[in-house]
Write a protein that binds this ligand. Structure first.
Ligand SMILES: Nc1ncnc2c1ncn2[C@@H]1O[C@H](COP(=O)(O)OP(=O)(O)OP(=O)(O)O)[C@@H](O)[C@H]1O
Ligand SMILES: [Mg+2]
Length: 347
């Protein structure tokens, strides 16, 4: 992050501070000890389709979300992560104007969600954390109802049910649907009318493995066609596979916002090299441990896993060969989002 110099209005002392993705920070001047506030003016670029500044939400006296600021760029897939109770659903409900917020500004497509709710939500599709439908109506009738509400064509409803594997259940009452079936119907409803922004709160919750793949492919397909996706999820491998950037929220505070590779780079997380040998030996393992830039070495039978920086990979290979090792296969795994998540949300 860039640094900025500010002057204490009381004693004239110059203080160096780091730019933060928040609206303001509180400071104590190290010279005169007076308290003050520094406000940041962020570049609210035209390419931000979702813009959140200083979002704060209390439930009674409990602060569920605290001064959260982030932006989602037009056309990206943004993953929103955090432990249970961190404030993801609360933030999403705030994005959609579904709850009263205590402080902050939210814009979708340049429209303020509080003052221009209708305009802001016009092109937004939403999958809530807990999907709900009219139980006494069939799946198709439910979709017709929402298509009418949105003013979109009823024609796509049947195709959407087919696409989400509910074709044979189209005329069954939703009250008899399983959790996964409801989730599929929820996704179909979210993408009715081809919205340009999709906000999905745990889209793969309750889905079987085929359902998970279906949703992943659908997200990628919609994104290719130009949609922006904001996806909250606990399935970090899925998030890592599809998201351009992620935001991590912990105890109501946004603790990170960037691409997974930049976040892992900032944490100095190193890739993992997996070396399969026809036979391992202490000599080989010791030789690998001695290589400069190698952090950790784990041995699993004939497999050696090496955590090392990129320039050391070749040295590791040479060390193995020089120690008499016969390499059968080498793969490299980038640092996982799981590690990034644990580091940012630990403690
Ligand atoms: N309607 C409510 N009334 C009171 N407290 C609430 C309400 N909704 C959420 N909270 C509280 O706000 C905090 C954030 O909850 P939220 O549902 O946003 O978390 P989350 O990150 O979506 O969690 P999860 O991963 O479990 O879905 C929690 O402490 C929760 O208990
Ligand atoms: Mg939630």
């Amino acid at each position: 992050m860039a640094t900025r110099l500010v002057m204490c209005p009381h004693c004239g002392n110059t203080i160096s501070i780091e730019e933060k993705p928040v609206d303001k920070i509180y400071l104590i001047c190290p010279k005169c000890g007076k308290k003050g506030v520094v406000r940041f003016k962020h570049k609210e670029t035209k390419d931000s389709i979702i813009l959140v500044r200083g979002l704060t939400k209390y439930y009674n006296n409990h602060r569920a979300v605290s001064d959260v600021s982030f932006s989602v760029k037009r056309g990206e897939i943004f993953g929103f992560l955090g432990p249970n109770g961190a404030g993801k659903t609360t933030t999403i409900k705030a994005l959609l104007g579904l709850i009263h917020i205590n402080e902050g500004k939210i814009e979708i497509n340049g429209f303020n969600i509080r003052r221009k709710e209708k305009e802001a939500k016009r092109y937004v599709g939403y999958l809530p954390e807990r999907v709900a439908f009219y139980g006494n109506l069939t799946a198709l009738q439910n979709l017709y109802f929402y298509a009418d509400m949105r003013g979109t064509n009823r024609e796509e409803c049947k195709a959407l049910l087919e696409e989400f594997g509910l074709g044979e259940h189209a005329n069954k009452k939703v009250s008899g649907f399983s959790k996964g079936m409801l989730q599929r119907l929820g996704m179909a409803r979210a993408i009715l009318g081809n919205p340009s922004v999709l906000i999905l709160d745990e889209p793969t919750g309750g889905l079987d493995p085929r359902g998970v793949v279906l949703i992943r492919n659908k997200i990628k397909e919609l994104n290719k066609k130009g949609a922006t996706l904001f996806v909250s999820s606990h399935v970090l491998s899925e998030v890592q596979a599809i998201c351009d950037r992620v935001g991590i929220i912990n105890r109501g505070v946004l603790v990170a916002e960037d691409s997974v590779s930049k976040l892992s780079g900032r944490l100095n997380l190193k890739p993992k090299m997996v070396v399969d040998l026809d036979k391992s030996s202490d000599t080989i393992v010791d030789a690998v441990r001695m290589v400069e830039g190698v952090d950790k070495v784990h041995v699993y039978g004939r497999r050696i896993e090496v955590i090392c920086d990129a320039p050391s990979k070749v040295k590791v290979v040479l060390a193995v060969v020089n120690a008499g090792g016969n390499i059968l296969n080498i793969t490299t795994e980038e640092p996982s989002l799981e590690e990034v998540f644990i580091r940012y949300t630990g403690g």
